[in-house]
Design a binder for this molecule. Structure first.
Ligand code: EPU
Length: 337
């Protein structure tokens, strides 16, 4: 177990904020975590549990305890002719796990290639890309209750998953820490190729369809649009895509006939916030040291040395423009700390 004070967080947030945590604790096992929770009564003081720090914007130093999981390991816990269930430590890097599933010839996670962050956060955030959400793969989530240090396993049905939402972000926020996630991967071929330009890119490659070629295409598309945090601080999509009523959607479509959209159900439609921000003319524009990425307007970037306040100011201006032009309120996906 690692216990540090006045701990620099630069390597723990992809936005590249040079801030410190009053205390930082990294544990290697459920036992270590439980001992620490019992000894310190963590739930009585301000604390934050982080993963890869790819969805956070620090407004300044964090005056409390930051917890981080270093629980590693992957174990096949069930297997049939059709599928395999793999239990994975919360501290494993998400994309290392995806690469492993592709290497094993297991289907399901390949569209989620190159999403930054760790396994624990995947289950909290319900990460998603290219027509797949991680909730489609999750069988159960192992947790420890912060107040009691007791174990509790949440089957997927109890996680209240929705687009970028889960019970761990809402009703039970801060009450349970994810220690392991069990994913079900298919041994039979099932591909999801209908989102955006995946199929077109595959055709361009002229390679036979396989898990590896889908992974390669997803990685190529992501690299062409999303900035590498090692070069330009960012937290992926800064905003969620808003879901609007069918009436609102039809009204907008009259004005913008080529507006991209995804039908959620009979009454609701998702509109890409990146498209709206782009329409408002923000792409590539900067306010101080924070900017809207020039290849994907949904991403805000740190041009170097930006403060959390600068990024938040830019975000507020973007939200205001979208509200004025489209009458739609967009909300950050990134957590302000
Ligand atoms: N668009 C523009 N201009 C832009 C950006 C987008 O016109 O500057 C248009 C695109 O042409 C496209 C539509 O908006 O027609 C959607 O764009 P894209 O496919 O790039 O996806 P997105 O809706 O902007 C979401 C996720 C991403 C995920 C992609 C692919 C959210 C908040 N974001 O972005 O997730 O990779 O779909 O599935 O749902 C993340 O969460 O950090 C993330 C990167």
């Amino acid at each position: 177990m690692k216990i540090e004070t006045r701990y620099p967080l630069l390597a723990h947030n992809t936005f590249g904020m040079d801030v410190k945590a009053a205390r930082f604790v990294e544990y290697d096992s459920e036992e270590e975590l439980c001992d620490f929770l019992n000894a310190e009564k963590v739930h009585l003081h301000p604390f934050l549990h982080i993963g890869g720090g790819s969805n956070l914007l620090f407004k300044g130093d964090y005056d409390g305890l930051i917890l981080h999981s270093a629980i590693r390991g992957r174990e096949v816990v069930a297997e049939t002719a059709d599928y395999v269930d793999v239990r994975v430590g919360a501290g494993e890097v998400w994309d290392d796990f995806v690469a492993y599933t592709v290497g094993q010839g297991w289907y399901g996670a390949e569209n989620l290639s190159l999403i930054p962050g760790e396994v624990g956060a995947s289950a909290v955030q319900n990460i998603g890309a290219y027509g797949v959400e991680v909730k489609d793969l999750i069988v159960s989530v192992d947790t420890i209750e912060v107040a009691t240090a007791e174990k509790r396993v949440f089957p997927t049905e109890e996680c209240r998953y929705a687009y970028r939402e889960s019970i761990f972000k809402n009703e039970l926020k801060g009450r349970y820490i994810v220690t392991y996630v069990t994913y079900r991967l298919s041994k039979l071929p099932v591909f999801h190729l209908d989102y955006g330009n995946i199929r077109a890119e595959l055709e361009k490659m002229q390679c036979p369809l396989s898990l590896q070629t889908v992974r390669d295409v997803v990685i190529a598309i992501r690299k062409s649009k999303l900035p590498d945090p090692a070069e330009l601080g960012n937290a992926g999509s800064f905003f969620m895509n808003p879901i609007v009523s069918r009436n609102k959607f039809e009204e907008l479509l009259k004005e913008y006939p080529s507006m991209p959209h995804y039908i959620v159900d009979e009454n609701r439609v998702k509109i890409p916030a990146g498209w709206m921000i782009d329409q408002c003319g923000w792409k590539g524009k900067a306010l101080g040291r924070a900017a809207v990425h020039d290849k994907q307007a949904l991403v805000l970037v740190n041009l170097g040395g930006a403060t959390g306040a600068e990024v938040m100011h830019l975000a507020e201006e973007v939200v205001r423009s979208v509200r004025d032009r489209f009458g739609i309120e967009i909300h950050p996906e990134v957590n302000y700390i």
